[in-house]
Write a protein that binds this ligand. Structure first.
Ligand SMILES: Nc1nc2c(ncn2[C@@H]2O[C@H](COP(=O)(O)OP(=O)(O)OP(=O)(O)O)[C@@H](O)[C@H]2O)c(=O)[nH]1
Length: 287
């Protein structure tokens, strides 16, 4: 009788911890290591309960596994799951007769693999959806929606930690003529080529946004206005030499602006836009 009460209490504790964990997870308040600790404690308790009655594992195993694969990076979840399966199988052979232990090992292996496949498919779908939300589908550059957020972030770093950061507005020259002469397909290829060229010559923490049409913006953390001008002059020479099709070369105009402390995003973008407009006019007059 006393054992039954103890078991009942253990079940209530496990359920309470599970509910609490789920709530904290949904609020995004649990770190990976806390999740790991809670999972280890709950896993141990559940293994103990299922040894008392092997049928219980049939009920909790799938949910436990899905939770594991959702909380941890995929490879880590696979390793933990494999360890878990070995423990369960070992305990099964100790507690059950050979035939039942074998069946249980095979079934739990199958359930684990299925859970891994389901969660991986779900995670991949989420990644695709996230990419669609933040990236331009043609070139893979970041889209306009993410721009304000990223400039605000860098602007805060400049204001708080005295870091430097520059933005460069870019507009391709005579893109309409290029489209008219060579067709929109070639125009698209040029846009994709332009983005790969910029990605090739920028660092990993630099960000390129496509604002629309043939307009782009580069965000260069750690670069002051002087260095941004040197960088852009290099790119400006590189673009026509690398992106030429049927003797039509791609050209670009630019406007550089260094982010200054406590300046609104709107006025920064306006400043860069003005510099771009002046550069474009100057280039047109030089021709
Ligand atoms: N191929 C292609 N063309 C596009 C795309 N988006 C916009 N465009 C074209 O890009 C051209 C941009 O026009 P503008 O910037 O006004 O003209 P521009 O010839 O570059 O003129 P300047 O900027 O003054 O040198 C338009 O003809 C648009 O139709 C796209 O995704 N693919």
């Amino acid at each position: 009788m006393q054992q039954k009460y103890a078991l009942g209490m253990a079940v209530i504790v496990v359920i309470a911890v599970l509910v609490l964990t789920a709530a904290r997870l949904i609020q995004g308040k649990l770190s990976v290591w806390k999740c790991f600790l809670i999972c280890a404690v709950e896993g141990a308790m559940l293994v103990y309960l299922s040894i008392q009655s092997p049928l219980i594992s049939v009920i909790w195993l799938p949910a436990f596994l899905v939770g594991m694969f959702m909380m941890f990076p995929f490879k880590m979840a696979c390793v933990i799951t494999a360890g878990f399966w070995l423990t369960l199988t070992y305990l099964g052979f100790l507690q059950l007769d050979v035939e039942l232990a074998l069946r249980s090992a095979m079934s739990s292996c199958l359930v684990m693999m299925l859970c891994a496949v389901i969660v991986k498919t779900y995670n991949d779908a989420i990644m695709v959806a996230e990419n669609v939300a933040v990236k331009d589908p043609l070139t893979g550059a970041l889209n306009r929606r993410t721009l304000v957020e990223q400039v605000e972030l860098e602007s805060e770093r400049v204001s708080r930690y005295s870091q430097v950061c520059s933005i460069i507005m870019i507009d391709l020259d005579n893109f309409k003529t290029l489209n008219d002469k060579l067709g929109h397909g070639v125009g698209d290829e040029m846009l994709v080529g332009f983005v790969s060229l910029i990605n090739e010559y920028t660092r990993r923490n630099d960000k390129l946004f496509r604002l629309g049409g043939d307009e782009f913006m580069l965000l260069l953390p750690g670069m002051n206005e002087e260095n941004a001008n040197i960088f852009v002059a290099r790119i400006q020479n590189l673009v026509p030499s690398k992106l030429t099709m049927d003797s039509v070369s791609l050209g670009m105009s630019f406007g550089v602006c260094e982010i200054t402390a406590n300046t609104s995003v709107e006025s920064l973008l306006e400043k860069a836009d003005k510099a771009l407009y002046e550069n474009k006019n100057q280039r047109k007059q030089e021709k």
